[in-house]
Design a protein around this ligand. Structure first.
Ligand code: UD1
Ligand code: MG
Length: 499
C-alpha cells in the first residue's frame, strides 16, 4: 500500500485546474472472467494495452483534459504501462466497491486541485474506443445542454445474453394509461441486468419520473436493447454534490455510478443519452473470445484504412501499428504512389519508418527504429529489429534475403545485398556499418563490423573488424571469402569414440 502511494506520486503529473474537461478512467477492477494473471486493462488490442488506448482516446478526443486513472488490482502493472503522462494522475481504489466508488476516488484529486468543468468517465476495458468517438460525444454534450450525458449502444442478438445495464426510457403511457406526452423517451434510469433478473416475475416494476409513475414488466426491462456503455459526461458541480447519495442497495451490494441518472432526475437535473454511429467502438470485453473479436475488428479497420493505398496480401494476417498507418496516410497525401507491398503474416512495429517501393514478403518481422530507404525488398522470414534507443538505417534499393536476422545499431548503404541466412548485429559500442554496393553472401555472421563500399563478403565470420575496399590490378575490388577467426576453446572439443 505504501509502495503504491509512492509509485502514484512518482508517476502522477499535475492537474490543471483551468482545463475545461477532465476524464476519469476506471481501471481498478480485475476481470476474473478473462482468466489471466495479466490485468484485463493491460490486454492488448492491435498492439496497444486497452488502458492506454482509452487514455489516448480521452486525451486526444477531449483536447488536453486532465486524466485521473483509478487503479486498484494490479495497480503497479497498470501504472507502469500507462506511464507518466501529461496532466495525468493516478488514484488508488483499494477495495473494488463498484463503479460509483471508483468515480469518488477519481474525483478526489480534481476536487483538491479546484477543478470545475465537465467530467468524462470511461471504463478502462473499452479497447476499441477512439479519439473521434470521444470528440463527437463531447460535442454532443456541449450541444445538448444537459447535466449528464450517457453514451449508449444497441444490443443485437439474444437479449438473454445481454449482460449490460439497460437504459430505461419513459414509455408512451404511464401506469394509468395516460399519455406521457413530451416526457416520452426521456432517460429515467439505468438498471443492471443482474438487478432486473432479481425482480419478482409477477409484479410489475414501478418507477417515478417527473411526478408520474411508469410501470414495466421484468420481461420488458430485459428486452430493452439500448445498453449503457459506461461512458458518461457529467458537470462537475452536481456530480460532486450528488455522488454521495448513491447507496449500495442492489444485488451486488456495490456503489453503482449508474444510479446517478435516477438521482439527477429526482433533483430536476437533465440527463440525456446518445449513441455512436460505429457500434463497434463501445464493446467492452470480459472473456477471451470477445477480446479476439475486438482484435479482428481492429485489424479490419486497419485494413480498410490502407487497402486502397498499399497492397496487403492477406487482410486477416498482418500487423501494422497505428503510428505506421498514420505515416502511410501522410505519405499518401503527397500524391506520389507508394508502391508498398506487405506479405502475409508481416509484423511492423510502431517506430518503423517505411518508404516508397518497400516490399516486405511473407512473415517478415520489423520492430524498433528501423528506417527504410526506397525500394528496399525484404524476403521471407527475415527479422529486423532494434532496442528502443538504437537506429537501424537501410539505404535505397537494398535487398535483404530469406531468413536474415539483423539487429541493433546498424547502417546498410544503398544498393547492397544481404543474401540468405545472414546474421548481423551492431551494438551501441560496436556499430555495424555496411557500405554501398556491398554483397554479403549466405550464412555469414557479422558483429560490430565496418565494411567499406563495393566489398563482396562470402561465408565469413567477422567480429569487430574493419573490411577495407582494396582495388586489385584489374580494377576489381578484392573479395573477402571464408574469413574465419582462429578457434578458441579447442581443448574442450574432442572426437567421440566410434566403438
Ligand atoms: C458496467 C455498468 C453497466 C454497463 C457496463 C459497460 C455499472 C454499475 N454498470 O457494468 O451498466 O453496461 O459497465 O461495460 O457501472 N471498476 C473499478 N472499480 C470498481 C468497479 C469497477 O475501477 O470498484 C472499473 C472496472 O475495472 C471496469 C469498469 O470500472 O473497467 C466497469 O466495471 P465492470 O465491473 O466491468 O462493470 P460492469 O459489470 O461491466
Ligand atoms: Mg465490464
Amino acid at each position: 500500500m505504501e509502495n503504491i502511494q509512492q509509485m502514484i506520486l512518482e508517476y502522477s503529473d499535475k492537474i490543471n485546474p483551468s482545463a475545461q474537461n477532465s476524464a476519469i478512467i476506471l481501471a481498478a477492477g480485475h476481470g476474473k472472467r478473462i482468466k489471466s494473471s495479466v490485468s484485463k486493462m493491460l490486454h492488448k488490442i492491435w498492439g496497444v494495452p486497452t488502458a492506454e488506448r482509452v487514455h489516448k482516446s480521452a486525451f486526444v478526443g477531449l483536447d488536453n483534459p486532465n486524466i485521473v486513472m483509478v487503479v486498484g488490482i494490479k495497480a503497479e502493472d497498470v501504472i507502469k504501462t500507462v506511464g507518466k503522462k501529461l496532466q495525468t494522475v493516478f488514484a488508488y481504489q483499494e477495495f473494488q466497491n463498484g463503479t460509483g466508488d471508483a468515480v469518488k476516488h477519481g474525483l478526489k484529486p480534481l476536487i483538491e486541485a479546484g477543478f470545475d468543468g465537465v467530467v468524462y468517465i470511461f471504463p478502462g476495458d473499452m479497447g476499441l474506443i477512439n479519439p473521434e468517438t470521444v470528440k463527437k460525444f463531447k460535442e454532443d454534450f456541449e450541444r445538448l445542454d444537459c447535466d449528464m450525458l450517457v453514451l449508449t449502444g444497441f444490443f443485437e442478438g439474444d437479449y438473454r445474453k445481454n449482460y449490460y445495464g439497460r437504459i430505461v426510457r419513459v414509455p408512451e403511457k404511464d401506469k394509468f394509461g395516460k399519455s406521457s406526452g413530451s416526457d416520452c423517451g426521456s432517460v429515467i434510469e439505468i438498471l443492471e441486468q443482474k438487478d432486473i433478473l432479481n425482480l419478482d416475475d409477477n409484479k410489475p416494476y414501478e418507477v417515478e419520473y417527473k411526478g408520474r409513475v411508469y410501470s414495466l414488466t421484468k420481461e420488458e426491462l430485459l428486452r430493452i436493447n439500448e445498453f449503457n456503455t459506461g461512458v458518461y459526461a457529467i458537470k462537475f458541480k452536481p456530480l460532486v454534490e450528488h455522488i454521495g447519495e448513491i447507496t449500495s442497495d442492489n444485488v451486488q451490494s456495490e456503489i453503482y455510478i449508474t444510479d446517478l441518472i435516477g438521482i439527477f432526475n429526482k433533483h430536476g437535473l437533465t440527463v440525456r443519452a446518445v449513441s455512436p454511429e460505429d457500434k463497434n467502438v463501445v464493446i467492452g470485453f470480459n472473456v477471451k473470445s470477445v477480446l479476439k473479436e475486438m482484435e479482428s475488428i481492429a485489424r479490419q479497420k486497419a485494413y480498410d484504412r490502407l487497402k486502397d493505398i498499399i497492397e496487403i496480401d492477406d487482410p486477416d494476417d498482418f500487423f501494422i501499428a497505428d503510428e505506421v498507418i498514420e505515416q502511410i496516410l501522410e505519405m499518401d497525401k503527397k500524391g506520389i504512389p507508394l508502391d508498398i507491398r506487405i506479405g502475409k503474416g508481416v509484423y511492423i512495429g510502431k517506430d518503423v519508418k517505411l518508404n516508397y517501393g518497400v516490399e516486405l514478403k511473407k512473415n517478415v518481422y520489423v520492430d524498433g527504429n528501423v528506417i527504410f530507404g526506397r525500394k528496399v525488398v525484404v524476403w521471407e522470414n527475415a527479422l529486423l529489429s532494434t532496442y528502443p534507443h538504437q537506429t537501424f538505417k537501410i539505404g535505397d534499393n537494398v535487398e535483404i534475403l530469406w531468413g536474415d536476422i539483423i539487429k541493433g545499431n546498424v547502417e546498410i548503404g544503398d544498393n547492397s545485398r544481404i543474401e540468405s541466412s545472414v546474421n548481423m548485429t551492431g551494438s551501441d559500442e560496436f556499430p555495424l556499418r555496411i557500405g554501398k554496393n556491398v554483397l554479403i553472401k549466405g550464412t555469414s555472421y557479422l558483429f560490430g563490423t565496418t565494411v567499406e563500399d563495393d566489398v563482396h563478403i562470402e561465408h565469413s565470420v567477422l567480429i569487430r573488424k574493419k573490411v577495407e575496399r582494396v582495388l586489385r590490378k584489374d580494377g576489381t575490388v578484392r573479395k573477402v571469402r571464408f574469413y574465419l577467426p582462429m578457434p578458441e576453446g579447442i581443448d574442450s572439443v574432442s572426437d567421440l569414440n566410434e566403438s
